[in-house]
Write a protein that binds this ligand. Structure first.
Ligand SMILES: C[S@@+](CC[C@H](N)C(=O)[O-])C[C@H]1O[C@@H](n2cnc3c(N)ncnc32)[C@H](O)[C@@H]1O
Length: 230
C-alpha cells in the first residue's frame, strides 16, 4: 500500500462506456455524434440522450449514466481524506475496464469536461499519466492492488453501522470498498464472489454519491480517533 492511503475506493460496474457498436446506427446516437462532430464509437453512452436506442441493450437499466459516475467521483475527490492522499479511487466499468486515478488527481467539476475526458480515456487507453487504463475484472483489480479486506456496499448486504465499518477499515492492512456505479440492480456474482463481505449501511437504497461521501466522512473520523488515541 502506498504511504498515506487508508482506503481504496472502487466505483464498480460503473455505468460508463462508449456507445456499443450494436446501436451506433440508431438515429439518437448518429444525431448526437454529428452534433458533436465525433464518430459514434467515440461518444459516451448516455441514457438522457440515447434512451430509445438503449432499449435494445442487455441490462439497459444498469447502463448509460456517466452523470452518476461523475457525481460519485466528485463526492470522493472533493473530500479532505482524498486531497491529503488518504484515499485512492478507481472506476471499474461493466465492460471490465479500470480507470485508475493517481492520488490527489482532481477530475473536472464540469460534467461536459468530465464527459470529454472519459471519452478520450476510454478511447485512447493511456498506460501512463494522471489517469491510467487497465483491462481487468474486479477480482483481478483487487488482486493487483492487494486489497485486504475487500468489502462491497449493497442493499443486499448484512446491516452494519457505517461508523463501525470505518473503524474496521482504518484498522485493516489495505482495505478496498466497492460502491456500485450504476442506477439500479446489484453487483454481479463474479464481483460478489471476490469480496469478503457485503454490507448494508441503511434500510433504504441510497444514491451511490451519498454512500461514497458518507463512507469517506466516517473514515476521516475513524482516522482522527486513531491518531488522537495513539
Ligand atoms: C443506486 S445504488 C444501486 C441500486 C441497488 N438497488 C442498491 O442499492 O444496491 C448504487 C450503489 O450505492 C450503494 N448503496 C446504496 N444504498 C445502499 C445501502 N443501503 N447500503 C449499502 N450500500 C448502498 C451500493 O454500492 C449500490 O450499488
Amino acid at each position: 500500500m502506498s504511504s498515506n492511503v487508508v482506503l481504496n475506493l472502487i466505483i464498480a460496474e460503473a455505468a460508463l462506456e462508449l456507445v456499443p457498436g450494436e446501436i451506433s446506427r440508431h438515429a439518437s446516437v448518429r444525431n448526437d455524434a454529428r452534433r458533436r462532430d465525433l464518430e459514434p464509437s467515440r461518444i459516451l453512452l448516455d441514457r438522457s440522450i440515447h434512451h430509445a436506442a438503449m432499449l435494445r441493450l442487455k441490462e439497459d437499466y444498469k447502463r448509460g449514466r456517466p452523470d452518476l459516475v461523475h457525481l460519485t467521483l466528485l463526492s470522493i475527490t472533493s473530500t479532505p481524506l482524498y486531497q491529503q492522499a488518504g484515499a485512492k479511487v478507481y472506476i471499474h466499468t461493466r465492460d471490465d475496464l479500470v480507470l485508475e486515478f493517481k492520488e490527489q488527481t482532481r477530475p473536472p467539476k464540469s460534467y461536459f469536461r468530465f464527459r470529454d475526458l472519459m471519452q478520450q480515456t476510454l478511447y485512447e487507453k493511456p498506460g501512463s499519466g494522471l489517469i491510467t487504463f487497465h483491462a481487468e475484472s474486479v477480482p483481478r483489480l483487487l488482486s493487483r492492488i492487494g486489497s485486504d479486506p475487500a468489502i462491497g456496499l449493497s442493499v443486499q448486504g448484512n446491516p452494519m453501522k457505517l461508523e463501525d465499518l470505518a473503524i474496521q477499515l482504518v484498522g485493516a492492512k489495505n482495505p478496498a470498498v466497492l460502491v456500485g456505479g450504476f442506477p439500479k440492480g446489484h453487483f454481479t456474482p463474479e464481483t460478489t464472489k471476490a469480496l469478503e463481505k457485503l454490507v448494508r449501511i441503511d434500510a433504504n437504497a441510497l444514491d451511490a454519491h451519498v454512500v461514497a461521501a458518507r463512507l469517506v466522512y466516517e473514515t476521516e473520523k475513524a482516522v482522527g480517533h486513531r491518531s488522537s488515541s495513539s
